[in-house]
Design a protein around this ligand. Structure first.
Ligand SMILES: Cc1cc2nc3c(=O)[nH]c(=O)nc-3n(C[C@H](O)[C@H](O)[C@H](O)COP(=O)(O)OP(=O)(O)OC[C@H]3O[C@@H](n4cnc5c(N)ncnc54)[C@H](O)[C@@H]3O)c2cc1C
Length: 496
């Protein structure tokens, strides 16, 4: 092996400083404190600079990771940040919360033998460094085109489209149902994974680029997509409204007091009251024992929020399969373990029990065993007869997945959606829907997924929308010229 590569293998992975579990359950700050410049340079030096770049191939936005890490290794942190930003509009966010072990770090060649390079933490480090020292890099903004775009949803997909199209000179107006922009970055993902200041900085950057946000407005039956196009004079619409409908177990007692849907629980626990609608301005209940049902990242966010709301209380996760089938991040699970959460695998609730006040006081559960694989390829849980048992609890959170909201497909004639209510697009590369001028991307197309896949789809859609807007502008100019004088229309086409 080449001696330079061999020397790189000898550098031990540099751990990222983080808050101790006993300390962090008493605050809402991020768990990871981030690399110092010196530590980042050492960790970046572990990159082998592979020519075939498997990490880039595994990254949904195709970040040129070796190039960025080479810049960091050589102390050019701003250069590293800009390299990430060439392909990712939300680098500081993805650096923090992407499941890197399944994406770039999962493909890292160092990882065949040693712990892979900590790519995500380096991406977060250099983009944070840039925002702290220089602020967001100013994007070049093209001459105003006079074209207007309505963006429905201010989550990662909508924000990405807004940035790309504002830079292309189009007027972008983003509508969101929540009081503030950010989507699940604000109204879902807790502070200990992603501090709100990171999202606020991104929104300020977009506002400086001329993006307008209209919050507290729901698009659908009241204000339709057609009304946006015809009455509000938008030339194109991007749909990035996510997959916000929380799953239900459809079992007795689900509507008892102190049984929460995950998003309601997380926003009440994590979002400052002034950023919530009035009806949600109350902390969720926390007593002696909170039980969270589910096995994904959302359930980890809920158990860890419960620990911070009441550090001395018992917090239990109930999941019907085993840890091996859990789809969320191993890092999140290990943080939850460190914070004292009890994991109860191969178990599912069968009934919630309330008292005479209608408040939850306990649940019946049943043990499961794994049977044949289902369509997800994971072995299905099968109840074990006679294994029922009872536990006392005073708070329950259901974190059992999200699905599509069908209001917009139902109120937009000609907008095709599949049987789950997800919007059908020509391809994820363009986000073009069955309605001319209407594009879509993110969770409302893919179903509940990831920030980075929403950004990737939105970048493709923004590119296709820019092309569409330029084409219709040209057609309008030609039509106007033709109606003024047929001769001048020919001249416009010839000179175009
Ligand atoms: C609790 C939780 C934790 C997560 N953790 C991670 C993680 O660690 N890493 C990761 O990569 N991904 C994570 N995800 C997934 C990730 O947040 C989503 O995949 C991503 O936010 C999708 O982006 P989006 O823009 O498509 O939708 P969203 O972020 O959902 O944004 C959609 C926006 O549209 C608005 N909206 C909805 N309907 C309407 C309407 N009719 N009119 C106007 N506005 C509307 C909503 O208010 C929302 O602001 C998590 C999700 C949840 C729920």
């Amino acid at each position: 092996m080449n001696p330079e590569r061999q020397a790189k293998f000898k550098i031990a992975r540099v751990p990222v400083p983080k808050q101790d579990a006993n300390q962090r359950i008493h605050n809402w700050g991020e768990v990871f404190l981030g690399y110092t410049p010196e530590l980042a340079m050492v960790e970046a030096a572990r990159c082998l600079q592979c020519e075939h770049q498997p990490c880039t191939v595994a990254c949904p936005v195709g970040n040129d990771i070796p190039a960025a890490l080479w810049l960091i290794e050589n102390g050019d942190f701003i250069g590293g940040a800009n390299k990430f930003r060439e392909t990712n509009n939300e680098s500081e966010i993805c650096g923090r919360i992407c499941p890197q072990e399944k994406l770039c770090e999962g493909a890292c060649v160092v990882g065949y033998k040693y712990p892979p390079v900590f790519i995500g933490k380096l991406e977060a480090f250099c983009t944070d460094y840039q925002v702290k020292t220089e602020g967001f890099p100013k994007r070049e903004i093209h001459e105003p085109t006079g074209m207007r775009v309505a963006i429905v949803g201010a989550g990662p997909a909508g924000l990405t489209v807004a940035e790309e199209l504002a830079a292309a000179g189009h007027k972008c107006v983003v509508y969101d149902a929540w009081p503030k922009p950010g989507g699940l970055l604000l109204y879902g993902i807790p502070n200990f994974k992603l501090e709100k200041r990171v999202v606020d900085a991104l929104i300020s950057h977009l506002e400086e680029m001329g993006v307008e946000f209209i919050c507290g407005v729901r698009i659908g039956a009241g204000l339709t997509v057609d009304a946006l196009m015809h009455d509000h004079n938008f030339d194109a619409v991007f749909l990035g409204y996510g997959a916000p409908v929380g799953g239900k177990l459809e079992m007795d007692g689900e509507s008892l007091k102190n049984v929460y849907q995950a998003t309601d629980y997380l926003v009440r626990g994590n979002v400052p009251f002034e950023d919530l609608p009035e009806w949600q301005r109350a902390l969720p209940h926390s007593g002696k024992h909170t039980v969270v049902v589910g096995g994904g990242d959302t359930s980890m966010d809920c158990v860890r929020t419960a620990k911070r709301l009441a550090p001395d209380s018992q917090v239990t996760l109930v999941y019907r399969r085993t840890e091996a089938e859990m789809q969320g991040r191993a890092e999140e699970r290990s943080h939850a373990h460190e914070e004292g959460v009890v994991f109860n695998y191969l178990t599912t609730p069968t009934k919630f029990i309330g008292d005479e006040e209608g408040e939850i006081v306990g649940m019946e559960l049943i043990r499961m065993e794994l049977g044949r694989p289902d369509i997800s390829g994971r072995r299905s849980p099968v109840p074990i007869k006679g294994s029922e048992f009872h536990i006392d609890c005073d708070t329950v959170v259901l974190a059992i997945g999200y699905s599509a909201d069908t209001e917009i497909p139902e109120t937009t004639p000609g907008l095709a959606a599949d049987r789950k209510g997800l919007i059908k697009v020509e391809s994820e590369e363009t986000g073009r829907t069955s309605r001319p001028g209407v594009f879509a991307g993110g969770d409302d197309v893919r179903g509940a997924d990831l920030v980075v896949t929403a950004v990737a789809a939105a970048r493709g859609a923004a590119h296709a929308m820019d092309q569409y807007l330029k084409d219709i502008k040209r057609t309008r100019v030609m039509t106007a010229a033709a109606s003024a004088s047929p001769a001048s229309a020919d001249a416009t086409v010839a000179g175009d």
